[in-house]
Write a protein that binds this ligand. Structure first.
Ligand SMILES: C[S@@+](CC[C@H](N)C(=O)[O-])C[C@H]1O[C@@H](n2cnc3c(N)ncnc32)[C@H](O)[C@@H]1O
Length: 243
């Protein structure tokens, strides 16, 4: 199964295909992000969190190990500080941040290494906002496209990625509070939907590290068969932690 380098290898597809996070999520984070708030964005990717944080007036340090993605971040967000590093190794100043965020990235981290480092990098009273996205909302009846997606993934022989899934927030909260560095302030979920065409499905599904090129082609075929556009329902759980 591909590792975390998958995203850098598909940086252009990621940039084209990944939809932005829903406005309701940013509304929820708004009280934490004021002009000048110092934020570290761990696993920043193409900047789907970095961009809105900068737009809200935050001073953002984007931590991203992928060289292509780090270059893209530097070019797109010249006012951000971009560190080409992992969350486990980034040189973060002690007490240098008011807020840390990990947007659809925390499942790639070695939390035993990251949590104490982040505790040190955040000020007293600082906050860590962690969110992921479930691409496919289990609470919404299966659409014809989701039925085709289920058929594609049912044909896999490899076991699914180990560890808690996107919506296992209880398990994530337990992992994120392990070691006593953080406590849970709130757990919330945001349901949202997006209209995707054939090419965006091709790009988006290419970014999923557990999807093969053949499976991506089948998903794009499905969209084409269904008229060239599908409505997708996604869910983004947020775990807010206090330092
Ligand atoms: C699914 S992408 C999310 C990117 C972006 N935060 C977003 O919301 O679109 C996961 C990102 O985590 C990065 N990543 C993987 N392992 C990492 C690690 N150990 N430390 C920091 N970032 C990591 C990948 O390079 C990738 O950019």
């Amino acid at each position: 199964m591909p590792g975390p380098g998958h995203f850098d290898a598909h940086a252009a597809a990621y940039d084209r295909g990944r939809p932005p996070y829903p406005p309701a999520l940013w509304e929820r984070l708004r009280p934490l992000v004021r002009r000048g708030t110092r934020v570290v964005d761990l696993g920043a990717g193409t900047g789907l969190a970095t961009g809105p944080l900068l737009a809200a007036g935050a001073a953002v340090t984007a931590v991203e190990p992928g060289p292509a993605l780090a270059d893209l971040l530097r070019a797109r967000f010249p006012t951000a500080t971009v560190l080409r590093a992992t969350a486990e190794t980034a040189d973060l100043p002690e007490g240098g941040f008011d807020l840390a965020v990990a947007a659809t990235a925390v499942h790639w981290f070695d939390l035993d290494a990251v949590l104490p480092r982040l505790h040190r990098a955040l000020v007293a009273g600082g906050c860590f906002a962690v969110w992921r996205t479930a691409f496919g909302d289990p609470g919404v009846p299966l659409s014809p496209f989701r039925r085709r997606v289920a058929e594609i993934t049912a044909a896999r022989s490899a076991p699914p990625r180990p560890g808690p899934g996107e919506l296992d927030t209880g398990q994530w909260a337990a992992r994120l509070t392990c070691g006593g560095w953080f406590t849970v302030r709130a757990v919330e979920e945001f349901a949202w939907s997006v209209e995707l065409g054939t090419e965006q499905v091709r790009d988006l599904f290419t970014t999923f590290s557990d999807w093969s090129a053949h499976e991506v082609a089948l998903a794009a075929d499905a969209v084409r068969d269904l008229g060239g556009s599908v409505t997708e329902h996604y869910r983004t759980p947020l775990v807010l932690l206090d330092r």
